[in-house]
Ligand binder design. Sequence first.
Ligand code: AMP
Length: 120
Amino acid sequence: MAYDPNNIFARILRGEIPCTKVFENEHVLAFRDINPQAPLHVLVIPKGAYVSMDDFAAKASPEEITAFVRAIGQVARQEGVVETGYRILANHGRDAHQEVPHLHVHIFGKRPLGRMLAKD
Ligand code: AMP
């Protein structure tokens, strides 16, 4: 799947759409989900043009991958959920219901999160 430069997260990265930023560095932006599924629901995205984890895992540089993983840890620490626990999730493609075609990792927390997957 080719990267669509007009997807909503690309537009957030270009500053065309606002977001509630919680973390940013050279390679990564993290912001609050507009429709939170838990009291803590943050999206962590690479600044590079990657459709999904599949694309990122295949093509991102070691520096980008390191920055992305470290940013996830940093956001969880700064949001105060390391002790209580949190869940990270990245949807790729149709079966996972990926809505936005720019890689994003969801971080959920600040409530009991139930079992890993729904049965249906
Ligand atoms: P996914 O199904 O993994 O692609 O999730 C996309 C997520 O992006 C959903 O949780 C949406 O609520 C969220 N989202 C969509 N538009 C925005 C936006 N403008 N700002 C913040 N989050 C958004």
